[in-house]
Design a protein around this ligand. Structure first.
Ligand code: NOJ
Length: 508
């Protein structure tokens, strides 16, 4: 929500819309970076970790947001971006100023290869080499993302100490925790060895796919660093550490750590990446549940600001089923703003692209602008988001796809999300009851949560015969995905329909 008419969302705007989050029924709010930044990567290039960028407001606006969020019982999480700073950060300015500057070793510098090229074959996530030559000092610096985002050297204890202090700065203010950007990237191979070629790479794919990221990320020593970050979190009561991690399941699980030394929640992005088929989704939930370490608390993510939205991936009808899945699985769900009204996709013409990844590798890389369009609040001009021109286009159907229009419709996407979250708040079983899968038939995903709740989802658009365990037919229907009023559990589940059931005692 934009409060000052510049077309860009800001802290006062979010504060004005906190009631929406309360009515929706979420417990915590995660903000993508709000820190001082030249915005080469929309704030993921931080120039001062302890200042608010004027685009978003000032520290008074932040304090007001935090106070009002807490006043409404909402927790507030910030986005901590420790892997890299902006090249405009004073630390980097000092580091690049000379080879013997005391901060030289705060970043990752290396001599050119014998041919004068980059020190190794590592690729940037945003295209091209992950190394840029600094002509003045004759060395390359490493950047896993843009050249304007130099990677910090987390092997340097001074970097760790400075970053711990930035966490304490925000924790002292009372923030409830952090989502940590690309946490698995923090430590790179000490010898900077070349990555091996990726046998699956096909021309036309983003450059990052050329090699397997064996030496440039997910190094064993990263866990020592995370233990230190967690140590800072543990200096305070009740704060949360979430790690952004794109890794295969068995690697992901190592980030839980042991004895409070890992992150509380390594983000679980499997639902974003998996094809939308009942059998595959059922299998991945089983595998995830089975792979969790003792005491590891599950979490599920359906969309985020880097990936196509759920409604764009599976269509609006199945996005309702996906919402029912997300909000009835065990653990902590993360809901991406706008998914609660079913925003699907916005068309971004090539010359409108703002995402640096899409600009650098047009065609190869998903244009993240398509998942970042403004929240649609009302049928007013600018979708109620801004009195000015919104920074990205709205969906073509914004005049009906908005919070105000959906708020009064019984069967709207918004009503479904509110009902699911209300149910989740009322039924602890939905949050923490054990998960047991049940085979209900082709195209269906069915499971039991604890002894009392069951969920049956049709992941297809065709009606499917239900073969349910004894007693399930006599269950009370707590919610339907379509909003339809069903008197009893049907023999055939319509396409795109889902049910949340309260099982009678003694149901199998
Ligand atoms: C992951 C963030 O989610 C993404 O938006 C950003 O571009 C990169 N990390 C670099 O910080």
């Amino acid at each position: 929500m934009d409060s000052d008419g510049d077309g860009i969302g800001d802290l006062d705007g979010i504060r004005q819309r906190l009631d929406h989050l309360v009515e929706l029924g979420v417990g915590a709010l995660w903000l993508s970076p709000i820190f001082a930044s030249p915005m080469a990567d929309f704030g993921y290039d931080v120039a001062d970790y302890c200042a608010i960028d004027p685009l978003f407001g000032d520290m008074a606006a932040f304090d007001a947001l935090l106070t009002e969020a807490h006043g409404r019982g909402l927790k507030l999480l910030l986005d901590f971006v420790p892997n890299h700073s902006s090249d405009q950060h004073p630390w980097f300015a000092e580091s690049r100023s000379s080879r013997d500057n005391p901060r030289r070793d705060w970043y990752i510098w290396h001599d050119p290869a014998p041919d004068g090229g980059p020190p190794n074959n590592w690729q940037s996530n945003f295209g091209g080499s992950a190394w840029t030559l600094d002509e003045a000092t004759g060395q390359y610096y490493h950047h896993a993302f843009l050249a304007a985002q130099p990677d910090l050297n987390w092997r340097n204890p001074a970097v760790r100490a400075a970053m711990a202090d930035t966490l304490r700065f925000w924790l002292d203010k009372g923030v409830d925790g952090f989502r940590v950007d690309v946490i698995w990237h923090l430590i790179k191979d000490a010898g900077l060895r070349d990555n091996p070629p990726n046998p699956g790479y096909a021309p036309g794919q983003p450059d990052i796919q050329r090699y397997l990221q064996l030496h440039s990320a997910d190094q064993p020593e990263v866990h020592e660093v995370i233990a230190e970050l967690r140590g800072v979190i543990e200096e305070y009561d009740g704060r949360l550490l979430i790690g952004e991690i794109y890794l295969p399941l068995e690697r992901l699980m190592t980030y839980y750590g042991q004895d409070n030394a890992g992150v509380h929640l390594p983000f679980n992005f499997q639902l974003i990446q998996a094809p939308w088929h009942a059998g595959g989704i059922a299998a991945l939930i089983d595998e995830y549940e089975a792979a969790l370490p003792p005491g590891g608390w599950p979490n599920w993510v359906l969309s985020n600001h880097d990936q196509p939205r759920i409604a764009a991936r599976v269509g609006e009808a199945q996005a309702r089923i996906a919402a029912m899945l997300l909000l009835t699985l065990r653990g902590t769900p993360t809901l991406y703003y706008g998914d609660e009204i079913g925003i699907a996709d916005v068309t971004i013409l090539p010359d409108q692209a703002q995402d640096p990844a899409a600009i650098n590798e047009p065609g190869a890389s998903f244009n993240r602008d398509r998942a970042r369009s403004p929240m649609q609040w009302s049928p007013d001009p600018g979708g109620g988001f801004s009195n000015g021109e919104p920074w990205l286009p709205l969906t073509t159907d914004w005049q009906t796809r908005n919070v105000a229009s959906q708020a009064d419709e019984d069967a709207s996407m918004l009503a479904l999300h509110r009902a699911l979250l209300r149910l989740r708040q009322a039924e602890p079983t939905l949050r923490s009851g054990d998960y047991r899968r049940v085979d209900a038939g082709e195209g269906l995903l069915a499971y039991r949560r604890g002894p009392t709740i069951a969920v049956v989802l049709n992941l297809s658009s065709e009606a499917r015969a239900l073969t349910l365990p004894t007693g399930w037919q006599d269950a009370d229907i707590l919610l339907t995905a379509s909003g339809a009023d069903l008197a009893r559990v049907p023999d055939m589940l319509p396409g795109d329909e889902g049910l949340v059931l309260r099982l009678p005692e003694m149901a199998a």
